[in-house]
Write a protein that binds this ligand. Structure first.
Ligand SMILES: Nc1ncnc2c1ncn2[C@@H]1O[C@H](COP(=O)(O)OP(=O)(O)O)[C@@H](O)[C@H]1O
Ligand SMILES: O=C(CO)[C@@H](O)[C@H](O)COP(=O)(O)O
Length: 572
């Protein structure tokens, strides 16, 4: 377990279904990891499923904050049980599911600073440190009315996207705060501070409410990215004309530097787990911003994160917002941005399609799904006269496009996408295995086409490399279909720590935060230390001439299918 005595860096990922921790050395070598699975470890105690609770009547999805407190103690115990030398940890950072919010009571600061090592976090905090026991989850879709007001407030969805990086979204924290203030006014009044999940986790470590992070704050619809300040009109919309100073106080100042220290580790962790009192905490960020820190990403490289949500990430120095996607400040590099598409119907939707198929005899739950995804030709075109098959598989109301739950199957002419119509008869469940992944990738291709250009040699515009991360990155059939649809002239790669990428990004952020030379950027520092060998594996060739064009031929039809369905099934 690392025989030298050099410093170690600890990265966390508090996502929908798990809390993961990973420890790396200065040279980025991984020395230990551990995880807590919310359903497996705490499912019966908290009544959660897939990490969350739901109130279907109102479209609410939320997680008990107490569960996360228990998970933090447990994951640290698991690291200890693996003899991880926590005393050598010099810096901690991490990544957390985006948009969720935690509501601290007036007693919180006192309780955080007075944590005793002889009791657990949950016993000391769950009772009175929070004005609300739940954190809204990114899958929540209870805020359509608030979204309509956000889009209207600055004049249009385009204008809101220009200012905050995104049009209004159900899960974005501003709309969530606005709704909770209306629904639970006493709770709102009793709230001293509001944290994002990232600043919440950092707060536990420093024993005080930590500032929000410059990248994660862009997931709120409240931060004016170009102005680098809270948007006063949007704070006013959220909190009412008289409520702006109060909301300002609850949100606090935003930390501008993604590196450096937000505070020393609290004595709770030094006494209980043996951390050094010199260990410092760097700002925590969102799980998607942390994912782009898991490797040195270049412009034209793409990350597809196949977690509970499915996300598509790129970095760019050009701020080009649009209501159909998201722009965030880059978590470490000023004047750089992260482009993101986020789908709710990611991993769980693929599981639904998988579970209609007979259960495989092998231990690989995905064996049948993969067999059919690979045996089905692109768009299920088997002969020149066959129509292309296109589907949408939304078991939850989707984010982009803003379509309610449902499943739709269409066909069109393969050559040019003409003749789009609803499929006359149902197609076999086996066909859906390929069609759902194609559908997800076509949506990404459609929405990212303006951000990619030709990588040279007369090739069509496409990504250079596609990196797969998240649980689904273990799946070769998904990698193949993604490469078929999106291209990727240098190939499709998976990170060796595929499911741990955001935790790893958090750990790398801590390395940079505390080891950077004056003015040294994240990419400079990590670029020098990162070794491709052992970190990534090529899992597919990516661009295939002919196949890529086949998907291009139906991209317009795919867009038209979405538009037609949007007319009859828009989220309300
Ligand atoms: N071999 C596999 N093929 C496809 N999907 C997988 C595979 N293994 C895990 N998954 C999916 O990964 C998802 C969890 O991904 P992960 O990145 O660990 O979660 P989170 O989003 O909570 O961080 C699950 O929904 C599961 O369906
Ligand atoms: O809402 C978004 C991004 O906008 C999600 O990507 C969340 O950040 C949760 O991520 P996972 O738990 O699926 O990793």
């Amino acid at each position: 377990m690392g025989d030298d005595n050099g410093p170690l860096y600890l990265g966390f990922d508090l996502s929908t279904q798990q809390l993961k921790a990973i420890v790396v050395q200065s040279d980025l070598q991984v020395v230990s990891d551990a995880k807590v699975d919310f359903d497996l470890d705490f499912g019966s105690k908290y009544g959660i499923k897939k990490g969350v609770l739901v109130n279907d009547a109102e479209g609410e999805v939320f997680a008990p904050v107490a569960l996360w407190l228990e998970a933090l103690d447990l994951v640290l115990q698991r690291l200890q049980a693996k003899n991880t030398p926590l005393h050598r940890v010099r810096g901690v950072s991490g990544s957390c599911q985006q948009h969720g919010s935690v509501y601290w009571s007036r007693e919180a600061e006192g309780l955080l600073s007075g944590l005793r090592a002889d009791a657990s976090l949950v016993d000391q905090l769950a009772g009175s440190a929070f004005s609300h026991p739940y954190a809204p989850n990114w899958q929540d879709h209870s805020t359509q009315a608030e979204c309509d007001q956000f889009d209207a407030k600055l004049g249009s969805a385009e204008r809101l996207a220009a200012v905050t990086g995104s049009a209004a979204h159900h899960r974005f924290t501003g709309t969530q705060i606005m709704r909770l203030r209306r629904k639970l006014p006493d709770m709102y009044a009793a709230t001293a501070r509001i944290s994002l999940v990232s600043s919440f986790l950092a707060s536990l470590f420093i024993g005080a409410v930590a500032p929000m992070d410059i990248s994660d704050v862009c997931g709120m619809n409240l931060w004016d990215i170009a102005g680098n300040k809270w948007s006063e009109p949007l704070l006013e919309l959220t909190a009412g004309a008289d409520g702006v100073p109060e909301l300002h106080r609850k949100l606090g100042e935003v930390r501008q530097d993604g590196g450096g220290s937000v505070g020393r580790i609290s004595s709770y962790f030094t006494t209980k787990y043996g951390f050094s009192p010199k260990c410092e905490i760097a700002p925590f960020t969102g799980d998607n911003p942390a994912t782009i820190l898991a490797l040195p990403l270049r412009p034209l490289d793409v990350i597809v994160s196949l977690g509970t949500s499915t996300t598509f990430l790129m970095i760019t120095p050009i701020y080009k917002p649009d209501p159909s996607y998201h722009f965030f400040n880059h978590p470490t590099t000023p004047e750089h941005y992260m482009f993101m598409l986020c789908y709710k119907n990611g991993g769980l939707a693929r599981e639904k399609v998988r579970d209609v198929l007979p259960k495989p005899e092998s231990s690989d739950a995905w064996a049948n799904f993969n067999k059919h995804a690979l045996a089905t030709p692109p768009l299920d075109i088997r002969s020149a006269s066959d129509k292309a098959k296109l589907g949408l598989y939304f078991y939850l109301p989707e984010i982009v496009p803003n379509i309610s739950a449902g499943t739709w199957r269409y066909t069109c002419n393969a050559a040019d996408g003409s003749g789009l119509e609803e499929a006359k008869e149902a197609w076999p469940a086996e066909t859906d295995a390929r069609a759902i992944v194609e559908s997800q990738a076509l949506s990404m291709r459609l929405r990212s086409q303006k951000l990619v250009h030709s990588p040279g040699n007369g090739l069509p515009a496409q990504p250079r490399r596609i990196y797969l991360v998240g649980g689904g990155s273990l799946n070769p059939a998904i990698a193949r279909v993604i490469g078929d649809v999106l291209g990727g002239v240098d190939g499709v790669y998976k990170l060796d720590v595929g499911g741990n990428a955001c935790a790893l990004g958090g750990a790398y952020k801590a390395v940079w935060a505390f080891e950077r030379a004056d003015g040294e950027t994240f990419d400079e520092l990590i670029g020098k230390r990162w070794k491709e060998e052992g970190a990534i594996q090529k899992v597919d060739d990516g661009y295939r001439e002919g196949v890529f064009q086949q998907y291009g031929n139906v991209l317009g039809a795919f867009e038209e299918m979405e538009e037609r369905i949007l007319k009859v099934a828009k989220n309300t």
